[in-house]
Design a protein around this ligand. Structure first.
Ligand SMILES: Nc1ncnc2c1ncn2[C@@H]1O[C@H](COP(=O)(O)OP(=O)(O)OP(=O)(O)O)[C@@H](O)[C@H]1O
Ligand SMILES: [Mg+2]
Length: 266
């Protein structure tokens, strides 16, 4: 029996590659023979789109519905009613229902563990559960942090993503001491690293200097490539759409680093 590890992919910035990284990481882990469940925990439903959901509003049971059920203290449906599958990776879609959940959570007391309660029973069925989160540090992200074992923080050097980083780390620390003692920072993943501009190198060095010995900076860095946008458009992971690209290799290496294999890109 598995004892799945729950990994949150997060950042306090928008557009830094959280959804794309959640999606491709899920397939990288699957290609290593791992069983993976990806959870879309953003009402924008970008991850659901990656998985080929064209109209999230038409999905009968999304993570938002499950959250509502959990908040209302009602019984959850069978996993077969809400877990979907595409090319060997399972996923739970999101929709706008999640923004109603966000509003509702703010009025509830002690409702930080709603997502944890939904995901805990699913651990047995997976090696990894990946949660894609929204960029706001609100009630939803707090629920996701309460459910997770660890956090992968995505940083896009082009978006001054360093700025919100300290604030995010502070929140993680608070959640760890108040709600979820097992929570750890898995590491920082640099996305959309434009090698030509040298910015990627500068930011990596800055991150290494700042967090040496405290937070791992993954050796794998995700290059900037139009293939990513194209693959999302076609609802295919890079492993299907552009397996020969550097970005695909980087996500494969990242998956191996997470699992704990020796990284080739060091
Ligand atoms: N390595 C990459 N190279 C080029 N474009 C990328 C790369 N990674 C992501 N993108 C593009 O950048 C945009 C933002 O990516 P993504 O949706 O993954 O970010 P996000 O952090 O999830 O955003 P949000 O905060 O809105 O949820 C998307 O249009 C995506 O296709
Ligand atoms: Mg996203």
């Amino acid at each position: 029996m598995n004892m799945g590890k729950i990994i949150l992919v997060g950042a306090t910035k928008g557009g830094v590659g959280k959804s794309v990284s959640s999606y491709n990481l899920a397939y990288s882990l699957a290609s290593e023979g791992k069983t993976v469940l990806a959870v879309d925990f953003d009402s924008q439903a970008n991850l659901s789109t990656c998985f080929g959901i064209e109209d999230p509003a038409a999905v009968p049971v999304t993570i938002g519905h499950l959250m509502m059920t959990q908040i209302d203290d009602e019984e959850l449906p069978e996993p077969s009613e809400y877990i979907q599958s595409r090319n060997g990776v399972d996923f739970i879609p999101a929709s706008m229902v999640l923004s109603a959940v966000d509003a509702k959570l703010r009025l509830e007391m002690g409702a930080e563990r709603m997502l944890a309660n939904i995901l805990e029973p699913l651990r047995d069925a997976y090696d990894y559960i990946i949660i894609d989160t929204c960029p706001a540090l609100g009630a939803l992200t707090i629920n996701a942090l309460a459910a997770a074992d660890s956090v992968v923080i995505t940083v896009n050097p082009q978006l001054l993503a360093m700025k919100g980083l300290q604030e995010f780390l502070k929140t993680i620390k608070k959640i760890k001491s108040r709600i979820n003692p097992k929570l750890e920072v898995e590491g920082i993943l640099l996305t959309m690293c434009e090698a030509r501009t040298n910015l990627c190198k500068v930011i990596s060095e800055q991150l290494t200097d700042t967090f040496e010995g405290q937070i791992r900076i993954f050796n794998s860095k995700i290059p900037n490539t139009v293939k990513v946008g194209e693959s999302v458009y076609y609802s295919e992971p890079l492993l299907e759409y552009a397996p020969q690209t550097k970005a695909c290799q980087a996500y494969l290496d990242f998956g191996k680093e997470l699992i704990g294999y020796e990284s080739k890109s060091a």
